[in-house]
Ligand binder design. Structure first.
Ligand code: FAD
Length: 366
């Protein structure tokens, strides 16, 4: 008999979604969080965009979990009165040479089960967004924005309604396999040892350290985590957009886009800046580069109204800085330890996919 059925390491949006999935199946769940509050790291430093799912190779975990997660998130938020608005998004091709690449994204989207994508021409773009200059665009009506803090709070609410708990200021120090589960060492002001049947590592930027702290987990399966900062600038003036506006995706990211936020203001970013440390200051020297990228599709931008906003840092594994890398969800079939699931490289679209990642983890443990 263990102290609890499940310990989840990390109370970001993904750890909370995993906790929700398992708690709602009747498991007792404890979520360990090293910070004093949930969702203080990558989960509160992103674009809050609900992605439709057209960027990722068909059959990849990212494609499947993004599309499933999008539908599940809209439904979950609607049930609970959480703001999740399908504003729709335009991926714009400023020059004719980009149109073939746009077609590839569109076709992949259809293959990924996003039937409502359309390619539209300059007249329709002008009608929807008069200030955008583009030869063509993909119109994605199911893309949107979500109030991610309220979403995380609601996920935690489900965990607590089922008798589970979030342990704050409770860093996971390590785990040892025992008969029927794991012994887990927890630090902080009141260090303790807990036993659990199942252990889920959902430690975001700290996933490598968390993985290395599990005895018996083959170190070759624990990828190095590299960091890619995304800087954001906010726009002081009223931005004339009602939809999400994205350029063509670039290596490691989706291009510097415009996101109307929940309050109707516009935010630019993120870019992709490889960094060695977790330094969250905005690199203001990138402002001119931002302005140049945005002017390619919005010539009316007034650069003087751009102000440094915030940053987020993506956990990148493998070659994710330069090419597609899938989420890594390792269960017993890959590492041999019953009851252990490790999540590595949960970068974008991790927010959109979170609900479906929770369901995926629960089904792999069942
Ligand atoms: C700039 C940027 C923009 C993005 N935009 C989008 C977007 O628009 N849409 C989208 O779908 N996705 C987006 N993403 C991706 C998305 O934000 C992440 O995939 C998601 O937030 C990851 O959640 P997580 O729970 O895995 O990680 P995190 O939010 O980092 O949570 C991990 C948690 O684990 C805790 N932890 C770590 N180690 C320990 C330990 N030893 N003990 C206890 N706790 C520990 C941390 O403190 C943290 O709270 C973006 C990411 C970035 C950086």
């Amino acid at each position: 008999m263990t102290d609890t059925d499940v310990i989840v390491v990390g109370a970001g949006v993904v750890g909370l979604a995993v906790g929700r999935a398992l708690a709602s199946r009747g498991q007792s769940v404890i979520v360990l969080e090293k910070n004093s509050r949930f969702g203080e790291e990558t989960s509160s430093r992103n674009s809050e965009v609900i992605h439709a799912g057209m960027y990722y190779p068909t059959e990849s975990l990212k494609a499947r979990l993004c599309v499933a997660g999008k539908h599940a998130m809209y439904a979950f938020c609607a049930e609970r009165g959480i703001s999740a608005r399908a504003l729709g998004k335009l991926i714009v091709a400023p020059s004719a040479s980009d149109v073939a690449a746009l077609q590839v994204i569109h076709d992949r989207g259809h293959a990924n089960d996003i039937p409502d994508l359309e390619i539209i021409g300059p007249d329709r773009i002008k009608q929807m967004e008069p200030e955008i200059v583009a030869q063509a665009a993909i119109w994605s009506p199911s893309s949107g924005i979500v109030d991610s803090h309220s979403y995380m709070l609601a996920l935690l609410g489900v965990i607590e309604d089922h008798g589970g708990a979030l342990a704050r200021n409770a860093p996971f120090l390590g785990a040892t396999p025992i008969a029927g589960g794991f012994e887990v060492r927890v630090g902080g002001e009141e260090p303790m040892t807990l036993t659990t049947r199942q252990l889920i590592l959902s430690a975001g930027l700290w996933s490598t350290q968390a993985g290395r702290a599990v005895e018996g987990l083959d170190p070759a399966l624990v990828p190095e985590t590299k960091f890619a900062k995304g800087n954001y600038f906010t726009y002081g003036g009223k931005a004339p957009f009602t939809h999400l506006i994205y350029p063509m995706p670039s290596a490691g990211g989706l291009g510097i886009h415009v996101t109307p936020d929940m309050s109707g203001h516009a935010r630019f970013g993120p870019d992709v800046q490889p960094v060695d440390t977790l330094d969250y200051r905005v690199d203001e020297s990138r402002k001119a580069m931002f302005a140049e990228s945005i002017r390619a599709y919005w010539p009316g931008l007034d650069e003087s109204l751009m102000q440094a906003d915030y940053t987020g840092i993506r956990p990148k594994v493998g070659n994710a800085l330069t090419q597609f890398e899938d989420f890594r969800i390792l269960d017993q079939s890959s590492h041999g330890l019953e009851g252990l699931v490790c999540l590595f490289g949960i970068d974008s679209p991790g927010l959109t996919s979170s609900f479906a990642i929770g369901e995926e983890v629960a089904s792999r443990l069942a």
